[in-house]
Design a protein around this ligand. Structure first.
Ligand SMILES: Cc1cc2nc3c(=O)[nH]c(=O)nc-3n(C[C@H](O)[C@H](O)[C@H](O)COP(=O)(O)OP(=O)(O)OC[C@H]3O[C@@H](n4cnc5c(N)ncnc54)[C@H](O)[C@@H]3O)c2cc1C
Length: 533
């Protein structure tokens, strides 16, 4: 072990050496903080965390790991749901210091280093009045997000972020570096990076992503139903995301809370709290008029539109270090949408309020378990919708858990919209490995809970631990359920229990071949449980 650390401490490029953090070294306090990942259910202890600052540092670490046959892990934003961005007894290549962003207006692209999180990246791009198809959560990293597909507020009109990936710099398994472009000899590798998952093919140290001009008026809003049939809300939401309908609704997801089994209530009438998150291009007035039409037949409990002045740079100040966000705030996860001070009724839609640029969600790190599915192109018929709502009721879910901060729900993320309705496949290897371009929406079953340790420190008495195993059992039941009209899973919402082929479907064999042909990784060092090999 001493030899590894000595070699890592000897790395230097252009007079800069990456910081090397170890459990017993002089930076042990920083090590303790940096070993944490977003899913705090996983507590790994890497042998060393190397805070790389440039491509050459990454190359040097890969070469040392090869020489010593030592396992490596790669972390950019650290949000991997299965914790595959870290590991005990590994060399952890941390890219969070690589935060360079260069906007090239002439070519319509941004050169983005992997350490960028949306909370910092989007304001940097907005200074040049451009944007990319980013995600909803401010602390998610551009790297894992893009490599996994990249769903978000712009998906309906700009597609998944991976479909905007125009080039990349990548460190291969032997330490070689490649500059990938759509016309280079290894362009198949670029195709694989467009949705083929993180880690498998090499370590990306720069992403070249197509930009679009930021519209003048964008609004993030949410609409809540606490007393309506979830079946009816689901059907209404599905209607709004038809491929060529409602173009100004540029992105949306629907969250439906799970409940204990509702005995004696028919599935079509069952009430589950539902929140419609929406992203709209247009003025506040236009959105209000639109909402009156959208929700006329199913009046919501409340409508929430932020009432702050637009300021494209402001929201980055909200939280810069996600490690410091306490998991205790998780209990507030639902509150902004259910109890926002500016919530109002549909009948109040004529009162003036001002919009906001699309600010990120402020989710704090917390233990979680997720599984996902993807609907067919048409979405579901009524029988399918019933089976989804039915899956949201279980004897494995308890009201006491919810009261203590154990949240069980599903989120449905719209894919269908004008982008993929007009999409013409340019043919391999010019399109992307993302296999769900023509699908209607993704389905993520999620369980999140507060951490006892943090609660105890704060003198709180919540204890959800007797319910968390049951909630994870519920996730397993949902994974196994034979749903009609769905197949495949979304790799960004990684669940180690889903067979790898299910994530990539018809791209799977091609991705394996590309990894073997181009990654120069004969010992499969770029490997975790859900990488392509
Ligand atoms: C709170 C929360 C909200 C989310 N919201 C969304 C959303 O709105 N839309 C969406 O699509 N997804 C969303 N996700 C899922 C998220 O996109 C994935 O977890 C993604 O992999 C995270 O990227 P990261 O860089 O933060 O993670 P990391 O954990 O750093 O990386 C994820 C994977 O990619 C690998 N990797 C990281 N960096 C590199 C690199 N530079 N080169 C090669 N491989 C690399 C890692 O080894 C790991 O296997 C969300 C996740 C969370 C926890």
């Amino acid at each position: 072990m001493d030899k590894i650390i000595k070699l890592l401490e000897g790395i230097s490029h252009g007079g800069k050496a990456p910081k090397v953090l170890t459990e017993c070294g002089p930076n042990k306090t920083e090590y303790e903080r940096k070993r944490q990942i977003f899913n705090t259910k996983f507590q790994f202890k890497p042998t060393a965390i190397v805070m790389c600052e440039c491509t050459e540092h990454v190359q040097a670490v890969v070469k040392i790991a090869n020489e010593l046959h030592y396992p490596i892990r790669v972390r950019s934003g650290g949000h991997d749901h299965e914790g595959e961005c870290s590991g005990t007894d590994t060399i952890l290549i941390d890219l969070s210091k690589m935060t360079g962003v260069k906007v090239d207006k002439k070519d319509g692209v941004a050169r983005i280093q992997p350490g960028n999180r949306f909370v910092n990246l989007i304001p940097k791009l907005a200074k040049s009045d451009v944007c990319i198809p980013h995600g909803t959560c401010g602390t998610v990293g551009i790297a894992g997000f893009t490599l996994g597909g990249g769903w978000g507020p712009w998906t309906r009109i700009h597609g998944m972020c991976c479909d905007s990936l125009e080039g990349a710099t990548i460190v291969l398994g032997n330490g070689d570096v490649l500059e990938l472009t759509p016309e280079c000899e290894q362009k198949e590798l670029l195709w694989a990076l467009r949705g083929g998952g993180g880690m498998s093919y090499g370590i990306v140290t720069e992403f070249v992503i197509k930009t679009f001009v930021l519209p003048e008026h964008t609004i993030k809003f949410n609409v809540v139903w606490t007393n309506s049939s979830a079946f009816a809300v689901l059907k209404m939401w599905e209607g709004l995301i038809a491929p060529n309908a409602n173009e100004r609704l540029i992105g949306t997801n629907l969250m439906i809370m799970a409940t204990p089994t509702q005995k004696g209530v028919s599935i079509r009438k069952a009430v589950h709290s539902c929140t419609f998150f929406g992203y709209y291009v247009g003025t506040d007035k236009e959105l209000r008029e639109q909402m009156k039409v959208w929700f006329a037949a199913l009046p919501p409990t409340s409508v929430n539109i932020p009432n702050e002045e637009p300021d494209k740079t402001k929201y980055s100040k909200a939280f810069t270090s996600w490690e410091r966000l306490s998991s205790a705030t998780l209990l507030g996860r639902n509150k902004p949408m259910l109890h926002a001070g500016n919530a109002f009724k549909l009948s109040d839609l004529d009162k003036p309020l001002k919009g906001d640029p699309l600010p990120p969600d402020q989710d704090p790190p917390a233990p979680n378990k997720i599984t996902s599915r993807v609907t067919s192109e048409k979405g579901w018929n009524d029988a399918g919708r019933e089976s989804l709502i039915e899956s949201l009721q279980s004897d494995l879910i308890f009201d006491e858990g919810a009261k203590g901060g154990l949240l069980c729900y599903v989120t449905l993320g719209a894919i269908s919209g004008s982008y993929y309705a007009k999409y013409k496949d340019p043919g391999f290897p010019y399109g992307s490995a993302f296999p769900y371009k023509k699908r209607k929406y993704t389905i993520q079953y999620q369980v999140w809970w507060d951490q006892g340790k943090e609660d105890i420190k704060l003198g709180k008495e919540y204890n959800v631990h007797e319910y968390t195993n049951r909630a994870e059992d519920w996730i397993e039941e949902c994974r196994k359920k034979p749903f009609p009209e769905t197949d495949g899973s979304f790799i960004s919402f990684k669940d180690a229990g889903v067979p790898t082929r299910n994530y990539f479907l018809h791209s799977y064999d091609e991705l394996k071949r590309i990894k073997e042909k181009f990654s120069k990784d004969p010992r499969n060092r770029f490997s975790t449980r859900k990488t392509i090999i």
